[in-house]
Design a protein around this ligand. Structure first.
Ligand code: PLP
Length: 398
């Protein structure tokens, strides 16, 4: 970034560690360095703090503390959920998921397909919504697990996990939801949502990277993925990452306090940004379902230009955002999520995700609205896709 100003709007990629979280972690790098499994007081003191953190995570999900296990990240939680259930039900050989999952789920399922499992990936419509009928029909007596994310990381789209959970329950299928993007942004109540497994990740809610959670409803049959010691009541071996566990506990406490108030403010800022960009920049389109999304996310396609170029220019202006594209073998492929939604190629390529946080300010939004139209205009002037006809259409629209 060459600008002295920094506007961080890439909070679905990762968030800043909250100062309170950082403070809460510090003693566990210094005086409180005991191993929670040790019998002496040193260990006992630390074990007590892990218990407290477990209670805070459980409170965020309205769960029992013994339903929470700490992992190293959201990816591990997703792997543990899916592979742990398959291991516990060796006779069932079918997995149902969606086409728009994060690679933590999608690539796990595709790996399992190569190992001989049958995978059904449910498609989405143009707004990114799932057909619950198709989902219900896909579940068979051979289905071991259904995995559907709570919120999409690229578009922010929410999925009706309460209804999906009911369908899974009726069909006797274990339901896992990747709630990595939803946790801390929208309420998640495991007493109301019939979900068996939920994956969370610390670094999406102002805790550090390298700590995750898997919620396992009492009574769910699941085999541990990490084998070794007796930590986490034999469900996840390995000495606990104490400072990070404590940090995540603090982050969950803060998320509970801020979830409604902050989200109203963040939603207003997101809406202002989105409306402002779409008003100021012609041929720009919102990707996803604008009526049912995370409050902090907007994904906008700017026709005729490439997302990567926009990001580079934004970055020079000190603005961090993200594009859905992935560079594969020299060609720029639009993201699998936008492709599954059949977003037209001309603006799937030029799609940018802005994701806000509790630290986003009105000033930040004003600055982006000031800078972005000029960037798009400049890139369109250089773009081979911005043909004479497209220019004329633009003029006519003005
Ligand atoms: N699932 C979703 C929906 C995500 O957005 C991410 C990260 O971006 C993950 C899983 C993976 O989480 P982690 O980075 O903690 O492994």
């Amino acid at each position: 970034m060459t600008s002295s100003r920094i506007v961080y709007l890439d909070n679905n990629a990762t968030t800043a560690v909250a100062p309170e979280v950082f403070e809460a972690m510090l003693p566990f790098f210094k005086e409180l360095y005991g191993n929670p499994s040790s019998m002496h007081t040193f260990g006992g003191q630390v074990a007590h703090h892990i218990d407290q953190a477990r209670q805070s995570v459980a409170a965020l999900l309205n769960a029992h503390p013994d339903e929470i296990i700490f992992t190293s990240c959201g990816t591990e939680s997703d792997n543990q959920a899916i592979r742990g259930v398959l291991e516990a039900y060796p006779d069932k050989r079918h997995i149902v998921t969606t086409k728009v999952e994060h690679p933590a789920v999608l690539n796990t399922c595709r790996f399992l397909a190569r190992k001989g499992y049958r995978i059904t990936e449910i498609p989405v419509d143009k707004k990114g919504n799932l057909s619950l009928e198709a989902l219900s029909q896909a579940l068979t007596p051979d289905t071991a697990i259904l995995s559907v994310m709570a919120a999409n990381n690229e578009t922010g789209n929410l999925f009706p996990i309460d209804e999906i959970g009911k369908i899974a329950k009726e069909k006797g299928v274990i339901f896992h939801s990747d709630a990595v993007q939803a946790a801390g942004k929208i309420p998640l109540d495991t007493k109301k949502i019939p979900v068996d497994l939920l994956a969370l990740s610390g670094h999406k809610l102002h805790a550090p990277k390298g700590i995750g959670v898997l919620y396992i409803r009492r009574g769910t049959r699941i085999f541990p993925f990490m084998l070794g010691g007796h930590q986490e009541r034999n469900r996840r071996a390995g000495t606990e990452n104490v400072p990070y566990v404590v940090g995540l506990g603090k982050a969950c406490e803060q998320a509970i306090l801020g979830i409604s108030e902050e989200n109203t403010r963040v939603r207003e800022l997101r809406d202002r940004l989105e409306k402002g960009l779409c008003e100021r920049i012609s041929s720009s389109y919102i990707n996803g379902n604008p009526l049912w999304r995370l409050p902090n996310t907007t994904n906008i396609g700017f026709e005729f230009i490439e997302g990567e170029a926009i990001l580079l220019h934004l970055s020079s202006a000190g603005i961090a955002a993200s594009s859905g594209s992935a560079c594969t073998s020299g060609s720029l492929e639009p993201s699998h999520v936008l492709m599954a939604m059949e977003v037209p190629f001309s603006y799937a390529h030029g799609s940018v995700r802005f994701s806000l946080s509790k630290y986003t300010t009105e000033e930040d939004i004003r600055y982006v609205l000031e800078v972005m139209p000029g960037i798009v205009q400049k890139l369109r002037e250089m773009s081979p896709f911005f043909t004479k006809e497209a220019r004329q259409m633009e003029q006519a629209r003005k």
